[in-house]
Design a protein around this ligand. Structure first.
Ligand code: HSE
Length: 433
């Protein structure tokens, strides 16, 4: 028997418009292949009059998005407005409490309220779809929940933010500034409405916390992730990383250690020829190292209209065919609450300082390094790219493996000294990638 889903869509930006166009375009495909019909019975967004890439007058408009939940005929609410609280939160909670299915691309919401959403979904036996919340068009949620099951995953390395990957790869390829690259990413519809979250690593951390919940059976725990963004990376860093054979990428990783799961989002130097180092443009990648499966790598477009809308459509099909899995695979009562940040093991680091061009600076730098117990594998000092009227010159170092705490304390010491012009940049080097 044909299954009909009656849908209300809140948020008609890049992704919302893409979902509506895809439903319009593929009606016959859905009917013929899945025996499913999607009826859009309500739409809502900030502005009714805004020009859109589909004909909004074909659909019933709701000034108050929450009224969509009260519409008896609507059984499925799609939220594509974003934001961890406010309207997105109210829509999610009220949809679930009113026994509606709920589909979202909102990683911040799930990362912050995952426990409550998981409890409500279970209590009301709803469908809750969030494939589009992590890695755009890559079917990673479905893969983890339905394919790589009964498999102990010990490590995950990923690129989860399309905007920052676009910025990093276009800075190094096109030799353009950070600001120009960010502007291009915004123009292409990759960035969040507040792109701060893309570049400060928090968007990646929201997504990593969701993956961790499924992989490690835990309540999403944003606070247990060490987070650094890409905002202080300059062209000089791309040039020198490249000379050493590396690309800079914003990496999200979780690794099981003897003390618990180490979780981090940080810019890293990654071998240019490795699976992660090769990822360009707004693409994302997730590399999972499982006990039974071995390495599994999923790569594809991580942001933008087409890829993200395609993940929403995949959830719609799952909803229509009656999938009722737990939100994070396991019942909420089996999820652990891991809120602590744990310390990293030792890794080599890239370290860049702009060093004062005066006698004694280099010996002070060397003394700071040796006082902090940090030894160097490589060091180069350049005359080019000096800043501040040639009074400071870049010095690039690669350290032997050290702990994160040790490098952090060296950075504190250097930042408070007068031999460097600004806070030094440090990035771990990814040995597995
Ligand atoms: N701003 C996000 C990104 C969109 O660039 O990855 C997809 O979540």
């Amino acid at each position: 028997m044909t299954k009909e889903l009656n849908i209300g869509i809140v948020g008609l930006g890049t992704v919302g418009s893409g979902v509506i166009k895809s439903i319009e375009k593929n009606r016959d495909y859905f009917k013929n292949n899945y025996d499913v019909v999607f009826n859009i019975l309500g739409i809502s967004a900030n502005s009714k009059s805004k020009e859109r890439s589909f004909n909004a007058s074909n659909y019933k408009w709701f000034d108050n998005p929450l009224d969509i939940i009260d519409e008896k005929n609507i059984d499925t609410v799609i939220e594509l407005i974003g934001g961890e609280d406010g309207l997105a939160y109210d829509l999610a909670i009220n949809s679930l409490k009113n026994d509606k299915s709920f589909i979202t691309a909102n990683k911040a919401l799930i990362s912050k309220h995952g426990e409550e959403l998981s409890i409500l979904t279970e209590k009301h036996k709803n469908f809750f779809g969030f494939e589009a919340s992590v890695a755009g068009g890559i079917p990673i949620i479905k893969t983890l929940k339905e394919s790589i099951i009964l498999n102990e995953i010990r490590e995950i390395y990923a690129i989860l933010n399309g905007t920052s990957n676009y910025i990093l790869s276009s800075m190094s390829k096109l030799k353009i500034s950070f600001d120009d690259a960010l502007k291009n990413a915004k123009d292409k519809g990759y960035a969040e409405s507040d792109p701060t979250l893309d570049i400060n690593g928090e968007d990646s951390a929201h997504k990593l916390s969701i993956l961790n919940s499924i992989i490690f059976s835990e309540i999403p725990s944003f606070n247990s992730i060490h987070i650094r963004g890409i905002e202080n990376i300059e062209l000089v860093d791309h040039n020198h990383s490249s000379e050493f054979g590396y690309n800079i990428r914003l990496i999200a990783l979780s690794v099981i250690t003897d003390n618990g799961v180490y979780k981090e989002v940080t810019p890293m130097l990654v071998d240019k020829d490795s699976s992660l180092g090769r990822v360009d443009e707004a693409n994302n990648i997730i590399k999972i190292i499982g006990q039974e499966s071995g390495d599994v790598v999923l790569e594809g477009q991580g942001a933008g209209e087409g890829p993200t809308a395609s993940s929403v459509i995949s959830d719609l099909i799952d909803c229509a065919i009656g999938s009722k899995l737990h939100l994070f695979s396991k019942s909420h009562s089996e999820l652990s609450n891991n809120i602590d940040k744990i310390s990293s093991g030792e890794r080599p680091y890239y370290l860049r300082v702009f060093l004062k061009d005066q006698k004694g600076s280099m010996s002070s730098l060397t003394k700071f390094l040796s006082d902090s117990n940090i030894s160097l594998d490589k060091i180069i000092q350049k005359d080019e790219n000096s800043n501040n009227e040639n009074k400071f010159k870049p010095v690039i170092m690669i350290t032997y493996p050290v702990k994160k705490d040790e490098i952090d304390s060296l950075i504190d010491i250097l930042s408070n000294s007068d031999i460097v012009s600004s806070e030094p940049l440090h990035m771990p080097i990814l040995v597995k990638g």
